[in-house]
Design a binder for this molecule. Structure first.
Ligand SMILES: [Zn+2]
Length: 299
């Protein structure tokens, strides 16, 4: 399959300003139902098959949020981290789901939850987002990319390649969600020029002012990244699916499906080391209902 071409991001995006601090609003775009043993593996024979079977039977353990984050930067504009579930989900729960995903998950959203409604509620037009950072391209993160326009979309080069490689659907990617005429820029964490940041071996300073740092956290998918932002009084690590829950972070318990277990474990180690080095930081896991419910409306 031919790779759809997109340029590599070689210099910081425009708009950075020295010492800039950002605001952050977390939103859930809806929820997905997960079978027992999906977020954290259960030690049982045939655990993988059993979890699939539970998913196929719609025997869900609980519902988890599908978050997105709106960041406002004083000079670089509005940045969105992930886009969540497809907006059509509110009308048709099956919309946008591929075969395996539809077997493994059920999704649900109210009219007010998906991205377009969130932007409308804040009075932000479709073209009012300047940059979208994708932690990865799974269907529950890229679902509403088509709802915004005139923005730069930043994704890691490895993730882009993997999402366009074979058997994408079985690995959680729905290509029509991201095969769009957007201005994609690929972050190459393998470039020898990339820096480290805190405990993270590979990082890219998005605006060159330290306000938004992309850190490579592969494993959940082969090109996954997390995002560290500088809030008014502390840092926040938007971990994405590098850790599904706070439990995953605290215990190191593995989720059911991992693209690369070795990298996954290394990424969790880097996040744990970051937590130790930066105890004041807010660390937001990817799909933790209890933790998400405890978040403030704006930081
Ligand atoms: Zn994912």
């Amino acid at each position: 399959m031919a790779e759809i071409d997109a340029p590599v991001l070689r210099t910081p995006l425009p708009g950075g300003s020295e010492g800039a601090r950002v605001t952050l609003r977390p939103f859930s775009t809806g929820e997905s139902g997960v079978p027992r043993g999906f977020l954290h593996r259960i030690d049982e024979p045939l655990a993988y098959q059993r979890a699939l079977w539970r998913g196929a039977r719609k025997k869900f353990d609980h519902w988890t949020p599908c978050p997105i984050f709106l960041i406002e930067h004083p000079t670089a504009g509005r940045i969105l981290v992930d886009t969540g579930l497809p907006a059509a989900m509110a009308h048709d729960p099956k919309a946008g789901l591929g075969a395996l995903a539809a077997r493994m998950y059920a999704t649900r959203a109210t009219e007010e939850q998906p991205l377009p409604a969130r932007l409308r509620a804040l009075g932000i037009p479709r073209g009012g987002i300047d940059v979208v950072v994708m932690t990865h391209l799974h269907f529950d993160h890229a679902g509403s990319l088509n709802e915004i326009e005139d923005c730069v979309v930043v994704v890691s080069r490895k993730e882009w390649r993997s999402a366009h490689a074979g058997k994408a659907l079985a690995r959680g990617y729905v290509r029509r969600e991201f095969d769009l005429a957007h201005d994609f820029r690929l972050v190459d964490f393998d470039d020898p020029e990339v820096n480290s940041f805190a405990s993270f071996g590979r990082s890219v300073d998005l605006f060159g002012d330290g306000s938004v740092i992309l850190v490579s956290t592969p494993g959940h998918t082969s090109g996954h990244m997390s995002v560290i932002v500088r809030l008014k009084d502390r840092e926040c690590l938007i971990a994405g699916d590098a850790i599904y829950t706070q439990h995953s972070l605290n215990t190191g318990d593995l989720p059911l499906v991992i693209a690369d277990e070795h990298n996954y474990k290394r990424s969790v180690r880097e996040i744990r080391a970051y937590k130790q080095m930066t105890p004041s930081a807010l660390i937001i896991p990817g799909h933790d209902a209890e933790f998400f419910a405890s978040l403030d409306e704006i930081y």
